[in-house]
Write a protein that binds this ligand. Structure first.
Ligand SMILES: [Zn+2]
Length: 201
């Protein structure tokens, strides 16, 4: 090897070493667990056909694994084109209330584990009294909610009474970010994707 070639190789090696040693720290703006679970609840709510209120719930076990997801909707095999979605009517039977299953009920019933004992429920709205009963009976240990907009209604006073008696903790979620955006186009725009040797994970 002549001197010039040797110098060049040495430069290349040095360059490669500098690249290898360059700091490559993990992303800092990744979703933290609570935001992730609440976002899953909100994404699930997008499935709801209720024209006025879309609520989602996400049940998580003590290993941070999701074991149930649900949103408000009509019971299985009951035609949601035929059942009413109205909030008020002269006849209660013509409102949605006797029929609709709340997100909490569906999340519990949809569980993919033997039970949800000791789990945490993330839910957009503070649970009503009927859902509080289900949460207690299912053995869920705490509830993280985002909105308590119906705080003053009797159903919610009853709900708090039950949850307090049963020793179930409930806490308002304090998001660190105002929104989580899902952009299907972003996978093609990201500079990190498609680079030689990069992993898709
Ligand atoms: Zn409810």
């Amino acid at each position: 090897m002549n001197t010039e070639a040797s110098k060049e190789t040495s430069l290349q090696n040095g360059h490669a070493r500098a690249e290898a040693e360059a700091p490559c720290k993990k992303r800092q703006d990744y979703l933290e667990w609570p935001e992730y679970f609440m976002a899953v609840a909100f994404l699930s709510a997008q499935r709801s056909k209720d024209p006025n209120s879309q609520v989602g719930a996400c049940i998580v076990n003590q290993e941070n694994k999701i074991v149930g997801i649900g949103y408000n909707g009509m019971p299985n095999d009951c035609n949601d084109d035929l059942l009413p979605w109205a909030r008020s009517s002269s006849d209660w039977l013509d409102t949605k209330y006797p029929y609709v299953c709340h997100a909490e009920l569906n999340a519990i019933m949809n569980k993919n584990s033997a039970d949800v004992k000791g789990c945490t429920m993330y839910v957009a709205l503070f649970p009503c009294n009927e859902c509080a009963k289900l949460i207690i009976q299912a053995g869920i240990k705490d509830v993280i909610y985002l909105s308590d907009k119906y705080h003053g209604r009797k159903e919610f006073t009853a709900s708090r009474r039950l949850l307090d008696m049963a020793g179930i903790e409930y806490k308002k979620f304090q998001p660190k970010r105002g929104k989580v955006v899902i952009d299907f186009g972003s996978i093609d725009l990201s500079g990190n994707q498609g680079a030689a040797g990069s992993s898709a994970s």
